[in-house]
Design a protein around this ligand. Structure first.
Ligand SMILES: Cc1cc2nc3c(=O)[nH]c(=O)nc-3n(C[C@H](O)[C@H](O)[C@H](O)COP(=O)(O)OP(=O)(O)OC[C@H]3O[C@@H](n4cnc5c(N)ncnc54)[C@H](O)[C@@H]3O)c2cc1C
Length: 329
């Protein structure tokens, strides 16, 4: 069985590893320069910045097993931080918050080791032909024929890819709403003298702030803060320029912490599809029709853990169908 996976985020990589462990040939395509998707790092002149997922939790035993393998491999570590609800300064729920080290993209690179991964390839068409499902990239080049395809793009992107080959899955993807997020890396001239390393603002345009250097294995200099806007603010201002969004959110940060940090640079990133607002919550973890399977955080639950489960479940379905056994993790 020849399998293609669209997307090398956590869901796509979890699926690929499961299939590879069952000796099933799989090719992973991602339109970005490297794997990781929303669990990645942005290259900047100040080094890699964590502007997407900030940390993840591991609540399910199967996922904890994967986490412990990653911890042994040295690609993730716990972030000993107690985020504060601000400005009330109430500690947020205590839980083990995990991050990849020394940067978020390290986990995806580890998961991608040994896989057949083609980056910089945007799939624009999936069509049924005599030999199976044919994938074409955005310049029209045919990439090959596959017996099954796992689509792990965020819901709106999956919806447009699936409209032609499987309208039923496209309709399902259309019901999963994804929230946008403006994310800003604030590079400071001098460190901030506040005793908070991370926080959830309880009002205003920000919903998350974090001092990058408080995470394990991150440089302390220059001091960088990550700011995330609320879904409501991001949605209302999604078409702002990165400069305008960065300036506005940096000002909101100053007001929140009641300081006027000397800012060297602001690097803003617009996530149009950051997190699933109403994941389908499918109990199988994936949806399928006619040898096309959809996985990702929007199918299962809107977090890293959900994405991993979803990708793995989709792959297991194909492994079972092929009558094979996988032994990964
Ligand atoms: C700002 C932000 C903060 C977050 N905070 C947290 C958090 O604190 N904790 C947490 O658990 N989760 C958090 N998340 C959510 C978490 O990042 C996601 O749930 C998870 O990474 C989703 O993984 P995925 O594989 O389902 O999707 P993605 O990571 O989106 O992977 C999909 C991949 O598909 C690729 N792709 C899309 N279309 C195509 C195409 N046509 N052809 C080829 N490739 C394509 C994309 O490039 C991408 O790499 C956050 C996300 C964001 C953006």
């Amino acid at each position: 069985m020849r399998i293609a996976i669209i997307g090398a985020g956590i869901a796509g990589l979890a699926a690929a590893r499961e299939l590879q462990a069952a000796d099933m040939p799989v090719t992973v395509y991602d339109k970005a320069r490297g794997p990781g998707g929303r669990f990645g790092s942005k290259r900047t002149p100040h080094g890699p910045m964590d502007l997407g997922a900030q940390y993840f939790t591991a609540r399910d035993p199967a996922f904890r097993e994967a986490v412990s393998e990653w911890q042994s491999a040295g690609v993730i570590a716990p972030w000993s931080v107690t985020p504060m609800v601000l400005p009330e300064r109430q500690p947020a729920r205590p839980e083990i918050r995990l991050v990849a080290v020394p940067r978020m993209s390290a986990l995806a690179r580890h998961m991608a080791e040994g896989l057949y991964l083609e980056t910089g390839v945007q799939i624009s068409e999936i069509t049924r032909e005599l030999g199976g499902w044919v994938l074409r990239e955005r310049h029209g080049k045919t990439l090959g024929e596959f017996d099954a395809v796992i689509v792990t793009a965020p819901a709106p992107q999956a919806q447009s890819l699936l409209a032609e080959p499987t309208p039923m899955l496209a309709t399902a993807a259309g019901t999963a709403r994804m929230q946008p997020c403006w994310s800003v890396g604030l590079v400071l001239e001098t460190p901030l003298d506040i005793d908070v390393d991370a926080g959830f603002p309880s009002s205003g345009p920000l919903r998350w702030i974090a001092r990058a250097g408080s995470r394990p294995q991150r440089p302390h200099s220059p001091e960088i803060w990550t700011l995330h806007a609320t879904p409501a603010w991001s949605e209302a201002n999604i078409e702002w320029s990165p400069e305008a969004a960065g300036e506005f959110l940096a000002e909101a940060f100053s007001e929140l912490i009641r300081r006027s940090p000397s800012v060297k640079e602001r690097i803003a990133h617009r996530w149009r599809f950051a997190q699933a607002r109403n994941p389908l919550g499918d109990s199988a973890g994936f949806i399928e029709s006619d040898d096309i399977l959809c996985a990702g955080d929007w199918v299962a639950d809107g977090r890293v853990e959900g994405a991993w489960h979803s990708g793995r479940a989709a792959a297991r379905q194909l492994v079972t169908r092929a009558g094979k056994h996988s032994t990964v993790f």
